[in-house]
Design a protein around this ligand. Structure first.
Ligand code: NDP
Length: 433
């Protein structure tokens, strides 16, 4: 904490991983001797830069850009870019640290990185977003590359932003390669990438439930957020026969006991870029409530936090438990506080941690990289089948690690240990670097 002051999210992520690593470290004292634990929490490098741009009124604006290249022991850095006013170095580091282990769990050759800016795309014109993205890329281009570091989207960065950044990268470098994932389908994007994190979350959840003789069909589900991950989590949950009754944004949540109409949400969020509140204008029998936290007091069988970090605290977890929640699977990164996780585990709620449960997005990004390298494109069905296979494999790997290290059913420990071991072994093999 002394070395990294004012980075509470980073400390939280490191503490969670290190606490679960104890049994693995006891088995592998050589990792301690080789300084792996010290080296693995220090990013390879972190870049912070000025992003000047001109708004529609002709005023100069300045934001701060970041790219944290955390660990490339098992492959080129890979991880999204986040544009949100809350972005700071601590948040970038927590995300890049988590990403390292998540990427390891996918079984694909990708290292961990993350980046972004405190720029807020909300309320900005397309022209402003484009000028910002071009300025951001004018610095970032020198730090990334198809075999070096491959960014993608995250909060506030969707296909529009990726398109503008890719255009500027191409213009500066003259390279046409897979330097970004989440690209549009007309210029090297992969079918199924948009859906991947949400669909992958549901494939993972299916495996969690299967082990307990349960299915998703017929369950009542709450999904927080209404962005990329949330929308496609709802889509797959509905396809699998669940009834999703609530979604949210950072202002509030909608409750539709008859089941969320996803086409309306897509229209409001993906096309009109409006607030979730607009849902009740289309469906007056649904309710809108101010304050996003209230969503966790709705009775449900399954809760899927898909918005942001620390969105479920101990109190909200207590409400979910009191209402008889059966399973929680994390679509967002670190959406549950340590108190919330403890509450779930103490009450035998099935809990799928982010780094395993939401790994489908980055896994499909790696499939996009493969297609770009091979100069081919797979069908949606082929990508989706590979995604499903990857999520089932991640589940098995994580639950096996939990069993092997004496923490049956504790997928947090299983995910941390399984993700860590591969990275640590690669670092050992590559010497003190
Ligand atoms: P988006 O920007 O598409 O959507 C984020 C959503 O969360 C928006 O609806 C936003 O609402 C809402 N939100 C933000 N803060 C809060 C809050 N405090 N309470 C309630 N809702 C809130 O981002 P993504 O869907 O891409 O990302 C969501 C989460 O999933 C993040 O944690 C991200 O790191 C993680 N993730 C994303 C992956 C991907 O492939 N996109 C892959 C793996 C993880 P508002 O419009 O009000 O801001």
């Amino acid at each position: 904490k002394k070395r990294n002051p004012n980075e509470p999210e980073f400390h939280q992520a490191v503490m969670e991983v290190f606490e679960s690593l104890k049994p693995a470290i006891e088995k592998h004292p050589e990792f301690v001797e080789a300084g792996i634990l010290h080296r693995i929490i220090e990013p390879d490098r972190q870049v912070i830069f000025r992003v000047p741009w001109v708004d529609d009124q002709g005023r100069v604006q300045v934001n701060r850009g970041y790219r944290v290249q955390f660990n490339n022991a098992i492959g080129p850095y890979k991880g999204g870019l986040r544009f949100h006013p809350s972005v700071n170095l601590g948040i970038m580091k927590f995300l890049a640290f988590e990403q390292t282990f998540k990427n390891s769990l996918t079984g694909l050759p990708i290292g961990g990185g993350k980046g972004g800016s405190d720029f807020d795309p909300k309320g900005k014109s397309d022209g402003e977003v484009m000028r910002f993205c071009q300025s951001f890329m004018t610095e970032l281009y020198r730090h990334v590359g198809a075999d070096v570091d491959v960014p993608a989207g995250d909060i506030g960065v969707g296909s529009r932003e990726i398109g503008y950044m890719y255009g500027q990268y191409k213009r500066i470098t003259t390279l046409y390669n897979g330097v970004f994932t989440g690209k549009g389908l007309t210029y090297g994007g992969s079918l199924g990438r948009k859906e991947a994190t949400g669909y992958g979350l549901l494939y993972f959840l299916e495996e969690m439930l299967k082990e307990k003789g349960q299915t998703i069909a017929g369950k009542t589900v709450i999904v927080s957020g209404s962005g990329n991950v949330a929308i496609y989590a709802v889509e797959k949950a509905q396809q699998l026969g669940a009834r999703v009754v609530a979604m949210s944004d950072s202002n509030g949540y909608v409750y539709d006991p008859e089941g969320i109409k996803l086409n309306t949400v897509k229209q409001i969020k993906e096309i009109e870029r409006k607030r979730i509140k607009a849902y009740v204008e289309h469906h007056p029998s649904a309710q809108y409530h101010e304050g996003s936290k209230g969503i966790w007091s709705i009775k449900c069988d399954i809760a899927l936090p898909c918005a942001t970090q620390n969105e479920i605290d101990g109190e909200s977890a207590g409400k979910l438990v009191a209402n008889g929640v059966l399973a929680v699977a994390e679509g967002a990164n670190m959406p549950s506080t340590p108190e919330a996780i403890k509450t779930f585990q103490d009450n035998k709620v099935l809990f799928g941690p982010a780094k395993a449960a939401n790994a489908g997005g980055v896994a499909t990004s790696a499939l996009e990289m493969s297609q770009n390298s091979m100069r081919c494109s797979w069908t949606f069905e082929e990508v989706d089948a590979r995604l499903k296979n990857i999520m089932v494999t991640i589940y098995r790997q994580v639950s096996r690690a939990a069993r092997e290290y004496g923490c049956e059913d504790d997928l947090v420990t299983g995910a941390n240990i399984a993700g860590f071991l591969k990275v640590a072994e690669a670092m050992m093999a590559q010497g003190i670097v």
